[in-house]
Ligand binder design. Structure first.
Ligand SMILES: NC(=O)c1ccc[n+]([C@@H]2O[C@H](COP(=O)([O-])OP(=O)(O)OC[C@H]3O[C@@H](n4cnc5c(N)ncnc54)[C@H](OP(=O)(O)O)[C@@H]3O)[C@@H](O)[C@H]2O)c1
Length: 240
């Protein structure tokens, strides 16, 4: 089978209106892909199509995927990036705090990927990229819900790899460490300084550093990598 040009490939990024998702969409646009982002509000970067969807709302994802495929063509790259935190110690964590985070971060990835793989199976080509976190395998106190959701993505990617690996589809996990973003800006200065001390690189990462790895995983050079967890964390989670 001949390799389609980058400009013939369609990428969908969830949560592409801000933060890491927006940087990923910008990078994929710069790489020459046809790019769509989902947003609950606002819009993605210039050059990307924005469709409204909430990853907790299956009907909105049905609609979003249909819109993207009719405007841009069959999706062959999906980046499940949308995610939330609701940090608190386990003793104080409500059932809702747990289920909302797991349903958004893990359930949202499932609902998105499930809808995107139909075209990939037909094309016998696809890239599934799940944005996890160092918190998933390293574990972070106060993040029982978030760590559980993010490690769940690893099992999800590996099950997909076994199911669909023979059809030219790869599924990988990117595990960012602490990245400069709205999510980490919520931490107070003392906590931020404490976290920084633990990072061998001595600094937070940037959204562009995550986007660069996603770009590489989406491309032809990563065609034989599947079921992998790629840390982008300045060494914070090494060994995990
Ligand atoms: N920042 C970090 O240090 C860090 C570290 C490790 C992993 N991560 C992971 O990287 C991903 C992006 O994080 P970020 O730092 O860019 O976070 P962010 O700035 O808080 O952005 C989160 C994105 O997810 C979207 N989102 C949240 N819930 C959604 C839902 N139910 N349906 C649709 N979209 C939803 C948000 O949309 P709205 O604008 O509508 O809220 C937003 O676009 C997340 O999965 C996060 O867990 C981040």
């Amino acid at each position: 089978m001949s390799t389609p040009a980058t400009s013939d490939r369609v990428a969908l990024v969830t949560g592409g209106n801000r933060g890491i998702g927006r940087a990923i969409a910008e990078r994929l646009v710069a790489d020459g892909y046809r790019v769509a982002v989902t947003a609950r509000s606002g819009s993605g970067p210039a050059g990307a199509l924005t469709v409204i969807a909430d990853v907790n709302d299956a009907a909105s994802l049905d609609q979003a995927v249909a819109e993207v495929e009719s405007a841009l063509g069959p999706i062959t790259i999906v980046v499940a990036n949308a995610g939330i935190t609701k940090d608190t110690l386990l003793m104080r964590m409500s059932d809702d705090d747990f289920s909302n985070v797991v349903d958004t971060n893990l359930g949202g990835a499932f609902r998105t990927v499930k809808r995107a793989i139909k075209s990939m199976i037909k094309a016998r080509r696809g890239r599934i990229i799940l944005i996890s976190s160092v918190s998933g395998l390293f574990g972070v106190a106060g993040q029982a819900n978030y760590s559980a959701s993010k490690s769940g993505l690893v099992g999800f990617a590996r099950a997909i790899t076994r199911e669909l690996g023979g059809r030219g589809i790869t599924a990988n996990v990117v595990a960012p460490g602490f990245i400069e973003s709205d999510m980490t800006a919520e931490l107070d200065d003392k906590t931020q300084a404490e976290y920084r001390k633990q990072i061998p690189a001595g600094r937070y990462g940037t959204a562009e550093e995550i986007a660069g790895v996603v770009s590489w995983l989406a491309g032809d050079e990563a065609s034989y990598i599947s079921g992998a967890v790629i840390p982008v964390d300045g060494g914070l989670g090494m060994g995990h």
